[in-house]
Design a protein around this ligand. Structure first.
Ligand SMILES: [Zn+2]
Length: 95
């Protein structure tokens, strides 16, 4: 990584880490930026409950219907709301 001097804003952000509503450190650490967070919020608003058949838990995660490695993208139509349990279950099977 080439050294780049930090901007004033970047330094300010590091001193006061912004926490998301979940209380976790920013999703940017996992490779997702504000664009993803906004999209995820839109998906959860459209799918307030888990899309897993038979599950009626509130959805907390936006899941890729067609996994990215199978050519799926981050479009609204390729996302569905899942509860945390089913999302990790699906992810473990290979999202
Ligand atoms: Zn579920």
């Amino acid at each position: 990584m080439p050294y780049r001097p930090k901007t004033h804003l970047q330094r300010q952000r590091e001193q006061r880490p912004q926490r998301g509503r979940e209380g976790r450190l920013s999703a940017a650490r996992r490779g997702y930026g504000w664009r993803w967070r906004k999209l995820r919020m839109m998906v959860l608003r459209r799918d307030p409950f888990c899309k897993w058949p038979g599950c009626h838990d509130p959805s907390t995660d936006a899941d890729h219907i067609i996994p990215k490695r199978d050519g799926g993208d981050d479009s609204f139509d390729n996302l569905q709301g899942l509860c945390a349990m089913h999302h990790s279950q699906k992810t473990r099977r290979g999202e």
